[in-house]
Each structure stands twice: as structure tokens, then as C-alpha cells.
Design a protein around this ligand. Sequence first.
Ligand SMILES: Cc1cc2nc3c(=O)[nH]c(=O)nc-3n(C[C@H](O)[C@H](O)[C@H](O)COP(=O)(O)OP(=O)(O)OC[C@H]3O[C@@H](n4cnc5c(N)ncnc54)[C@H](O)[C@@H]3O)c2cc1C
Length: 492
Amino acid sequence: MPPAALDRARWDLLVVGAGTAGLIGAQIAAALGARVLLVERERFGGDCLWTGCVPSKALLAAAHAAADARAAERYGVHVGDVRVDGPAVLAAVRQAIETIAPVDSPDAVRASGAETASGSVRFTGATRAEVDGAPARFRQALLCTGSAPRMPDLTGLADVDPLTTDSVWSLSDLPDRLVVLGGGTSGCELGQAFARLGVHVTLVEAGDRLLAGEDPRAAEVLTEALRRDGVDVRLGSAPVRVTGDGRQGRLHLADGGGADFDRLLVTVGRDPRIQGLGLDAAGVATGEDGSVVVDDALRTTNPRIWAAGDVTGHPAFTHVAGVHGNLAATNAVLGLRRRVDLSAVPRVTFTRPEVAAVGEPTGEPGADRRVHTQPLRRADRAIAEQSTEGFTRLVVDGRHRVRGATVVGPRAGEALTELTLAVSRGLTTSHLTGAMHPYPTYADPQWNAAIADYRGRLTSRSGRIALTALRLARRVRLALDDRRGSDTPTTA
Ligand SMILES: Cc1cc2nc3c(=O)[nH]c(=O)nc-3n(C[C@H](O)[C@H](O)[C@H](O)COP(=O)(O)OP(=O)(O)OC[C@H]3O[C@@H](n4cnc5c(N)ncnc54)[C@H](O)[C@@H]3O)c2cc1C
């Protein structure tokens, strides 16, 4: 839409940012009959498509293919030398993005009934904004500007042209030596991917474990797996400075050691994208971490402006951004007060093995909680496929409801979907045991964990009393049948 047309009338909903939250918010609002303008300053599709989920999973697919080929001998399959063609791998990653891009394009958005524009939005008042300087008035707005890679304050870092999850996808070839700074989800995924593709990877984490926030045992299993892949995992290694010439250099660590690199990749977290938005002029408050303050209906401190996705500081996942976008747009357009529920947000680290979790922590369960752990080495499917590294852990409350879960193993993200439903809907372990599960799958351990909890109920005092009562009643009925001399049972 040309700048002059932006201010012809007031927009029912001005949506800022065409990532997952903005795309879904704009399309839902248009479907509800609102007059919607979606404005994006870079590329429609946002981080998930261009720099996040899609490229990282495409790179991991290539990496896992290489690792599977190298490991094929254990099944008696010989594939010869495995050669990785770096530029071809990176081209395949870009191809995956291009294949998906049309779904998120301005054409697709316009087909849903919303208008689109390119440019940077800046608020100039409570219900006024500019798009690259051109005025646009709105009744309500939805802020979906996402988050950007955080850069640590590290002496010498800027001199080595560090890569981030934004820029790593424009590499034309794989580096020989890569240092990954930060052992969260992105650091682990990209560290493993590059290592499996033949890059010498050093993964430096200042904390004493990877995946802070996940079950400590899950982090241990992943650390062992990364080391087997050849990743030099350095835990408790605080970086102090970088020295280098051009892009090559050395990351110096507080313990006196260091790691040499041809490229340095920084994955130490993300900050909400709020710069230049004019949030003060709009009366939109931000928290100490820079995230936009929202209530549980996703309304900001300006009652006419809503926010969705990473910019809110809520868990930074595409599925959260999508649910947010839907909910905020519906609340804004229809005047509802639907609330966002973050009690069952699934989290997956797509390494091998995958680490997937939902709900309450399984590592340190709270009071009145039981924990059931089932190792993957007892799952027939895992044994058959020689992929027995991992476990499933369920946290169950006093009323037998599943409150949290961690799944570590192949396809853990897929296995987690059932447990996410259980946590979000308050299902009990007997709901899980009562549903037939296909055999053999990587979901067997969670079924077995639920069965273990259910068996525990049968051996509890109340369970034993109930069983005894049923057995006695059965004996009495059979005795009555015997006395009548009848073969026909009085009861089933
Ligand atoms: C390496 C990596 C891997 C990931 N993998 C996964 C995964 O496997 N699964 C998962 O669920 N999540 C994953 N994520 C997280 C996921 O990408 C984000 O949570 C999601 O993209 C957030 O969507 P969003 O709509 O909030 O923001 P974004 O997708 O960041 O979109 C925000 C948009 O707003 C635009 N914008 C900003 N300011 C303005 C302005 N002033 N005017 C106009 N436009 C503006 C930006 O250009 C951007 O396009 C990953 C992230 C990374 C970095």
C-alpha cells in the first residue's frame, strides 16, 4: 500500500511486525471483519521463517543425515566416506525457507482480507503512528515486533564480526573452527548441527550446565551426546574478552583457558525489539528487561494497544506467538477478555536426542508431587533402533493429574504433544493408561510412567481396601451360584 493511502481512514487494527504473532493476529482480525493494516519493516515471515525455526531445523536435518550415514555401520550398512558439501547444505537451508515463504507473504495476507505495507512503524500518540514518516491513524494497535539477539558486553567482540542467529544463515560455506557462546537451546542446536557437519565446535557456557531451566539430568544426557559428536563443551567458563584479527580470533575465559575460532557465534539470549517504536508517545510501558508490559489479556498500559509474541517477554516460541496473536486480535476486535495461559507451554530443543518439556519442573518437583522416570533403554522401539539414550519423567500431583513432563530421546517433541494435552487439560494418569497407545513408539515410556503411577494407586491403602472389597464381593457371588447348583452366573 502506498504511503499516501495509509491515512485515508482510521484502521480498526494496526498490526506492527509480520512475524508469527503479527501474521496470525492480522489474519484473524480480518476474518472477524476488522479493517486491518499489517506493517513490516524487513521480511514478511519474521524470525521463525528467516532466521529461527525453519533454517535451524533444516540445518539440523542435514547434520543428522551426515551423522546417521556415519553411524550406519552399526546396522550393518556401509556407506563409505561421508563428505559434507558446505555450500550445498547452506543452499538447501535457504531452499527450505523459500519453499515456505509464500505462506507468509504479503499476497497471502491480502488474500485473507488485511492490507499490508512495508516500512518502520513509530507511534506518535495514543492512537496515531507513522510508517516511515507517513501518518496512519488507528482505533487499536497490536505490537508484534519480536526480539533480537542479545550481544554481551565483551571487550574485543565487535572486532571479530561475530555471528548471531540473524547472520549465521548468510554464510556461504562452513567455517573450520566455530566457537558458540551460550549453551541454551539455540547454542546446543547450532553447536550440534555444525559439529555433525564436520566443523570443530567449542561450546562455551558460563553457567555450570547446558539448558538452564530444564531437568538437570536432561542437560547431562545432552552434554554427553554433544561431546560424543565432537563438540568441546566447556561448562562454568565465563568469557572475559575476545582477541582477533578480522573474523578469526580467540575467546579468553575466566579460568585462564580459551578457545580459538575462525568464526564466533553468539547465542546468549534475546532482547525485545522496542527501539524506535515511540512507546513513550503511545503510553506503552516496558519492564526492566525491555519487554512490553501486558496484562493477562495481552493489553498494554495503553488500553488501545495490545502486544503479542516475543516482545511481551513471554516464552519465546512460535507456538506462543501464534496463540498470542490469535488471542490479542480476538480480544481487540470483539472486546473480549480471553486470558493467556502459560501453564502448559511446550519447549523442545531439537538436538539428538531431543529434549522436550512441559509444565512444572521435573528436576525439582514441588511438595505433594510424585515423580515417575522411565529410561528409554527399556523401550522396544528404542532398542530396535539402537537409540536408547534418554528418559521420560512425569510429575503427578495428589489427585493423579499430570502436572509436568520431560522427555529426552528421538522424536521427544512429538511424544510431548500428548503430555501437553494432559497438563493443559488436567488429565490424570488413568486417562493416559486408559487410552490405547500404538506399539512400538517412542511414547511407550510415558505410557509406562503413567501405568507405574496407576499401579501405585492400586497398592496404596485405599487401593488395597477397594481391591479386597471387590474380591470378597466376587467370592460371595460365586458361592451363591455354587449353592444354587447353577452353571449360570448370577452376575457377569
Ligand atoms: C535460531 C532460532 C531457532 C528457533 N527455533 C524455534 C523452534 O524450533 N520452535 C519455536 O517455537 N520457536 C523457535 N524460535 C523462536 C521463534 O522464532 C520466535 O519465538 C518467533 O519467531 C517470535 O515471533 P514474533 O512474531 O513474536 O516475532 P518475529 O518473528 O521476530 O517478528 C517480528 C517482526 O516485526 C518486525 N518489526 C520490528 N520492529 C518493527 C517496526 N518498528 N515496524 C515494522 N516492523 C517491525 C521485524 O522485522 C519482524 O519481522 C527460534 C528462534 C531462533 C533465533
